[in-house]
Design a protein around this ligand. Structure first.
Ligand SMILES: [Fe+2]
Length: 275
């Protein structure tokens, strides 16, 4: 697609693009929405700068892409719901934080039967000395780089994703669990995706425990290679808007005791992850 309304600057060869020439406090035209959707699908994560949007605008933006998704992590998570906006999670970390959200390679909520299709995260306060960057990886490129033999080996396998792995902090909450194919096909682009992540995936259900562990550890290390990732440096009122079906991300907590504060909304996928 030709981008006529928005400007699009790729961030790296495999993942990410910065979008300019748009004001997200104003309703999107059909053409703008079409172009944003095309950029989102092509680059996996799109970034905006200097967009001072509040909860209402963030919800409205998400709803142009899908139904908003309510977080399934329970109370073990480091984020909290925004008062009056159950679909918005506050991600506020400061000197009193014991941990932050997402300091491991993961896709959001892959423990859900239908994980969110997309997440929109805005930062309002950024540490004064830098830090708090987010890494993004393309799971298309990670899949493409595997040998045909490894791709064929992984193709029929499925893996369990368990919310307790990331969220459980000794609470009595029962966390969601789901089994998804190790290799999925993106429902909109048709491209194949390496769909296991260190945050939620617990085991490959078709293999004995030791083989499952060895293969998963190899795949986690593979996804974490720098070749298909990029690093996003936030500024106040930056937004990252990622396709949760084909990317993973990692939030770096290198800014303690400084404050990083923002909020996220997610929208639902239409179908279960499938081959
Ligand atoms: Fe996340």
């Amino acid at each position: 697609m030709n981008f006529e309304e928005i400007s699009v600057t790729p961030s790296s060869p495999h993942v990410g693009a910065e979008i300019d020439n748009i004001d997200l406090t104003r309703p999107l035209s059909d053409r703008q929405l079409k172009e944003l959707r095309a950029a989102f699908l092509k680059y996996g994560v799109i970034f905006f700068r200097e967009q001072d949007i509040g909860f209402e605008h963030q919800m409205a933006l998400a709803e142009r892409f899908g139904h908003v998704h309510i977080h399934v992590g329970g109370e073990g998570t480091a984020s909290k719901p925004a008062p009056g906006y159950p679909a918005i999670r506050l991600q506020h970390f400061d000197k009193d934080s014991k941990r932050i959200s997402g300091e491991v390679w993961h896709s959001d909520q892959s423990c859900a039967e239908i994980p969110p299709a997309g997440s929109i995260l805005q930062q309002k306060i950024i540490p004064p000395d830098g830090g708090g960057d987010t890494l993004f990886a393309s799971c298309y490129a990670a899949y493409d780089a595997l040998s045909p033999q490894m791709q064929a080996f992984l193709e029929p396998l499925s893996a369990e994703h368990d919310g307790a792995k990331l969220f459980d902090r000794g609470t009595k909450t029962v966390y969601p669990k789901a089994v998804h194919p190790v290799i999925t096909r993106h429902p909109e682009t048709g491209r194949k995706v390496l769909f296991v992540n260190a945050g939620f995936t617990t085991r490959i259900v078709d293999l004995p425990k030791d083989e499952s562990e060895a293969i998963l550890n190899y795949l986690y290390a593979h996804i974490a290679k720098p070749h298909w990732q990029m690093r996003f440096r936030w500024r106040p009122n930056s937004i990252a808007f990622w396709d949760n079906r084909c990317t993973q991300h990692f939030a770096i907590w290198d800014y303690w005791p400084n404050v990083r504060s923002g909020y996220r909304v997610q929208f639902e996928g239409a179908v279960r992850p499938d081959r």
